[in-house]
Design a binder for this molecule. Structure first.
Ligand SMILES: NC(=O)C1=CN([C@@H]2O[C@H](COP(=O)(O)OP(=O)(O)OC[C@H]3O[C@@H](n4cnc5c(N)ncnc54)[C@H](O)[C@@H]3O)[C@@H](O)[C@H]2O)C=CC1
Ligand SMILES: O=C(CO)[C@H](O)[C@H](O)COP(=O)(O)O
Length: 299
């Protein structure tokens, strides 16, 4: 099969390499000329625009988008659409909002598959977990590519109709936030608690047979090994949060209680301010109701 890949960053480059390794052909485009040149060095055919990529693919185009979610997806689809027809297939492998994917599928001249991708850069060797939504025929058509990009045939499946792939990935990310928060709280208690513990040793021991072993726990072990048991100079600021926000918004709309996911998201937001208004007000209110001394900033 011949696959066009648009977006050759951390994730798109892995798609290129794994598809080439499986014996398929790849035509590659990115706004970054360096990224295109690097993909060409790896064996892909370089394209210098979206239109050029489409021309090089010929009939029955199979195209994988791995650009940042949002405007970049729409801009790419705007450029691509005049070159597409109903026999073509476009996969969006990024973290797009599922409702946008539904709208894009309706507007796209080709069959459109929304594909939640999990595994991060470690997927270069292991392969990804792929959660796919959209027409069955298009999923079947792309199966050789999904087999190559995923861990194998069990590493991908069609979740259902359009939007369902990105919906499942959105919830996956909400779960990811909670697991990170749970490990974080446990290790914080161990770090601040009664015993002088080596947290790399704790996580390594837990990773070997414990009920709570997992890949995220392996990444905790790696973090303590590389940063030290006190995490060295790693800041207490957590970036990101869009997919967790969408999960909470959807849970509110569906009236499904997800307190742990919300709490984990709130912890992220809280990490971005050292000077919380709510804490300052609570400090002052204790004076109001109890005449407790107000701690002042210059004290
Ligand atoms: N990094 C990760 O661990 C994961 C990322 N994702 C998702 O995969 C998508 C890609 O992520 P990364 O590869 O990490 O991002 P990245 O920032 O490493 O790469 C994005 C690439 O897209 C290119 N690009 C941007 N706009 C473009 C356009 N209009 N046309 C062509 N190329 C364009 C950039 O030049 C860059 O090379 C995002 O939606 C992200 O949320 C999903 C799962 C895991
Ligand atoms: O999807 C992912 C992992 O599964 C990506 O790493 C994503 O970039 C995480 O973003 P955020 O922390 O903002 O939710």
């Amino acid at each position: 099969m011949q696959l066009g890949v648009i977006g050759l960053g951390r994730m798109g480059r892995i798609v290129v390499d794994r598809v080439l390794d499986a014996g398929h052909d790849v035509v590659a485009f990115d706004l970054s000329e360096e990224a295109v040149a690097a993909a060409a060095d790896a064996g892909a055919e370089p394209a210098d625009s979206v239109a050029d990529l489409a021309d090089r693919l010929g009939d029955d185009k199979r195209i994988w988008l791995m650009v940042p979610a949002g405007d970049a997806v729409d801009a790419t689809l705007d450029d691509l659409d005049p070159h597409l027809d109903e026999d073509d297939v476009v996969v969006d492998g990024g973290n797009s909002h599922f409702e946008k994917s539904v709208r894009r599928a309706e507007a796209c001249s080709a069959a459109y598959l929304d594909c939640g991708t999990s595994g991060g850069p470690a997927g270069a060797e292991l392969g990804f977990s792929l959660m796919i939504g959209g027409p069955q025929w298009a999923y079947d058509e792309m199966t050789p590519v999904f087999d190559a990009v995923a861990t194998g045939p069990d590493g991908h499946d069609r979740m259902g109709e359009s939007g369902s792939g990105h919906y499942v990935k959105m919830v996956h990310n909400g779960v990811e936030y909670v697991l990170m928060q749970a490990y974080g709280e446990g290790f914080e208690l161990l770090a601040e608690g009664r015993y002088d513990l080596d947290l790399e040793s704790v996580s390594r021991t837990w990773n070997n047979g414990a009920v709570i072993r997992s890949w995220l726990l392996e990444l905790c072990e790696e973090a303590f090994r590389e940063e030290g048991t006190d995490l060295g100079d790693v800041d207490d600021h957590i970036a990101g949060g869009s997919t967790g926000t969408w999960t909470v918004q959807e849970a509110l709309e569906q009236e499904v209680p997800v307190p742990l996911i919300y709490q984990s998201l709130a912890e992220r937001f809280g990490s971005r301010a050292d000077d919380r208004f709510s804490r300052r007000l609570a400090n002052r209110l204790r004076y109001g109701f109890g005449r407790h001394e107000v701690a002042r900033k210059d004290e």
